[in-house]
Structure formats: C-alpha cells, structure tokens
Design a protein around this ligand. Structure first.
Ligand code: NAP
Length: 252
C-alpha cells in the first residue's frame, strides 16, 4: 500500500489522457476515470502498462456524488492517494446568455464546478494530515476562458471555470497547514476533441492565425505543467494558477 496513486478524472481523452500517460511514466499508479468512452480509457491504461507502469480504469460521472464515491473507492484499492487531477470538463453548443436554459446551466456547473469540488472534497478527506492522511496534491483544470469570458460562445463555461480559480485559491489556503497543496492550470486553445464536442470542429484551425504563438497547444504541453505542479519540484507552490496558454489571456 505504499504506492502513490494519481487519479485523473476524464483521463480517457485529450489533456486527461496525456496526463495519465505522463503520470504512468513518472511512476504513479494511475486511475483513469472516464464518463462513457471505455475503449479510450482502456487504451490509455494499456499504453501505461506497456511502458512498465501500473494503471486501472474506472467509469463515473464526476457530477454524480455516488459515482465520485465509486471513483475514490477504486483508488483506495490501488494504494495511497497522492494526487488528484480534476480534469473532467465539458463545454456546450455556442449560445448567448439570453438563450441559455436551466438544463444547460445545471449541466455546465454540475460537471465543471461541482464535480471538481466533490472530487477535491474526497481527496482532502484522504490526504489531510489532520484526518490521518499523509498529504497530497490537487491540480484543477481551469481555462483561459475564466479570464476572457467567452462571449457569444459559452459565458456559462467561463463562469464555471472562474469558480474553479476561486475554489483553488480558497481550498489551497484552507488546507495549506494539512500537507495538501492545491493548484490549477489555465490552458489556452489546446488541440483536443472538446471543441468538436461543443459543436465547433474547426475552432482551433480558425483561431490559430490569431493566437500569439500562431499555433494551438498540445495536450501533452498542458500535461507536463500538471505533472510538475503535482511533483515535489513544486513543493512551495500552492494556490498557484499556471497559465498554459501560449501567451493568450495574459493579464498585465
Ligand atoms: P476532451 O478532449 O473533450 O476530453 C474530456 C474528457 O472528460 C474525456 O475523457 C471525457 O470522458 C471526460 N468527461 C466528460 N464529462 C465527464 C464527466 N461528467 N465525468 C467524468 N469524465 C467526464 O477535453 P479536454 O480538451 O482534454 O479538456 C480537459 C480539461 O481541460 C477540461 O476541464 C477543459 O475544460 C479544460 N480546458 C480545455 C481546453 C482546450 O482547449 N482543450 C482549454 C481550456 C481548458 P469520455 O471520453 O468518457 O467522454
């Protein structure tokens, strides 16, 4: 039971999958969570095992409290929880606020915000030294949208991610004396399925000429930042929110 377990929610695709693969190489026992895409999650776990690492998969909607309990029960069977990467996230079809209904807003905040808070709660219960734990790290996925607001596309998503920034700062302070660090990354435009899932399959290509680096980021470029924040190299970083956006949405 001395294994260091890393949970990555939404680890079947995109940034989560890249994070899971790098975590496997870094020696973590990786729990790859997914919502629906079991085959993709198993492929990620197979890659980790093929590289000599350890990995398991677990299905579960982070917006369901029962599923969150199941995810953490699966992690407990693997060893000591060292890192939670709160990566699972969704957008929706482009819409103005005037056209957003309650169902959309509830899904947006349930998965992106409440899901991350529920998972962080379970992680703190296991990691906190004041609750018998040995400490640990939580890395949340925010978005450059939290600063830009995403007008005309998904202001609700931007607001849900803005809440993640505030949550990161608040929880970091709350548990700083309990051996738990809490950080976040704010990705810019990253080449993953999320844009097509939100009904904009050409979003990355269309935005590329206007991006400061004239290119999108890769999932692995974000994953490297996540793994660094999770590592002992970042031992004095807590409450930190790292922009991984190729200079997009940088405030003076
Ligand atoms: P993605 O390619 O669309 O992958 C989303 C992942 O989340 C999938 O593994 C999916 O599982 C999982 N997922 C979705 N809903 C879930 C739920 N309710 N419970 C558990 N897992 C769920 O997304 P991505 O682009 O890698 O984004 C990862 C994170 O980075 C998100 O939080 C996103 O908001 C953030 N981000 C992304 C960008 C970008 O440009 N890509 C920019 C800023 C921030 P299935 O495979 O089973 O569907």
């Amino acid at each position: 039971m001395s294994e260091r377990v890393l949970i990555v929610t939404g680890g079947s695709r995109g940034i989560g999958a890249a994070t899971a693969r790098l975590a496997g190489v870094a020696g973590y026992v990786v729990l790859v969570n997914y919502a629906a895409n079991r085959a993709a999650a198993e492929a990620v776990a197979d890659d980790i095992r093929a590289g000599g690492g350890r990995a398991e998969t677990v299905s579960g909607d982070v917006g369901s409290e029962a599923d969150v309990h199941a995810i953490f029960a699966a992690a407990e069977r693997l060893g000591r929880l060292a890192v939670l990467v709160n990566n699972a996230g969704v957008v929706d079809q482009p819409a103005t606020v005037a056209d957003m209904d309650l169902k959309r807003l509830e899904r947006m905040f349930r998965i992106n915000t409440i899901g991350s808070i529920l998972c962080a709660r379970e992680a703190v219960r296991r990691m906190s030294t004041s609750r018998g734990g040995e400490g640990g790290v939580i890395v949340n996925l925010s978005s450059a949208a939290a600063k830009l607001g995403a007008p005309g596309q998904y202001v609700d998503y931007a607001a849900a991610k803005g809440a993640i920034d505030t949550f990161t700062v608040g929880l970091a302070k709350e548990v700083a004396g309990e051996g738990v660090r809490v950080c976040a990354v704010r990705p810019g435009i990253i080449e993953t399925d999320i844009h097509a899932s939100g009904g904009l399959p050409n979003r990355v290509a269309e935005m590329t000429p206007g991006l400061p680096m004239r290119r999108p980021g890769s999932a692995e470029e974000v994953a490297r930042a996540i793994l660094w924040l999770a590592s002992d190299e970042a031992s004095y970083s807590s409450g930190a929110i790292l922009d991984v956006s190729g200079a997009r949405a940088i405030l003076p």
